[in-house]
Design a protein around this ligand. Sequence first.
Ligand code: ARG
Length: 460
Amino acid sequence: MSRFSEPQHPDFQRLNASIGFDRRLWPQDIAQSQAHARMLAARGIISEADGDALIKGLQAVALELAEERFPFDPGDEDIHMAIERRLTEIAGPVGGRLHTARSRNDQVVTDLAMFTREAAVAAGAAIAEAMGALLKRACEHAATAMPGYTHLQRAQPVYLGHHLLAYFWMLERDRRRFAYARREAGRLPLGAGAMAGVNFDTDRAMLAAELGFEQVAPNSIDAVSGRDFLLDFLGAAATCATHLSRLGAELVLWSSSEFGFCTLPDSWSSGSSIMPQKKNPDAAELLRGKAPRVVAHLTALHGVIHALPLTYNKDLQEDKEHLFDAADTLQLCLAAASGMIAGAAFDEQRMREAASDELIAATDIADLLVKLGMPFREAHGVVAGLVRTALDSGRALSELTAEELAAQSELLGAHQGEFREVLSSSSWLESKISEGGTSTARLAEQLTRAEQALDEDPFG
Ligand code: ARG
């Protein structure tokens, strides 16, 4: 019997169906259903024999799904209904008992929470791999000087290892964001029923323990309508993808002939279909290009949840594709980042040359004047004057005459020896002695901290 007198419009079926994308939740749905059947039997809500038949039948369905020979039916609206239909075909009418004390509303969000917890762990592992690659290259290049930039103008020299570790720390925070997202998905929704709870004395603690949840969601209304654990996951993914976009952008610049700082591995590069000489940094470009898509998934889900009345509404079916695509896209981006960092060949000579531009020592000269007693703002002006004189006459700072130095500042005129010393060596790097700075000693400290951070497991 049905309460409807007309069949569904085919376009409504297409609009309404989620089977096209939620079928990938089948492993979670099977595991959940088996746990549910076990619990129903343990509580005497169904017989032991029925419980066993359901668990065995679900096993057979899982095998069909795993071997990609599950017979999907045009009428299957979503993975939950498809599995129950097939279970009943295989196990007989007992299949109809599986949905006792459960609704698709608590079922779907339980599958999603399980998926999210696994995806967060996978993202954490992929992040750790990228962190490891960055740390290894940072150790190798702890003494490779390169220009640091502000406004993409050469600012101050740093060691390449220092620069690479900047990305290490971004990813270290991202990994903790995923660990947080995993914990937030750790309250079991199952047992909330359609929204008010169910008419049976179920054992939700047993379900939570069996399915690896830390707690039971305390409010059935919140349990079926809440999706903020997905916002937490997507937030972590969006931030991480955005960090990778900055790395990608730098790799694109660095691998250009104009910079010439690195060559990317062939295994992460493409050729051109028309220009045979070209090697294109497509993977690095895609780190840039994919990030806004992940961010869009986050904002889209905010849109779905915004002003949505409690409790379950079909709008919530729109959570899945955002989650899946964000998780898949990020995983690929992390693999690309690890591969490119591990395989990049850095041109130390070229980087060192770019870092030995004397103008890059301007701040150090200003600091020399400060140490000699001049207020920093005034010293800034004096050095700006020197830079201008040098640029106007096409000379380096070290080529300025004693008179020119004295003309800018009497103090400087009286300390020419120190001035020339500041310009003469890699002292610009080694002078950065503050904690977290680029000097060799501070960078060594940082490398040690990074090693410790990599060994920590925020998921534990
Ligand atoms: N496919 C649905 C979803 O993804 C499952 C829940 C359906 N619940 C319902 N009351 N129609 O949200």
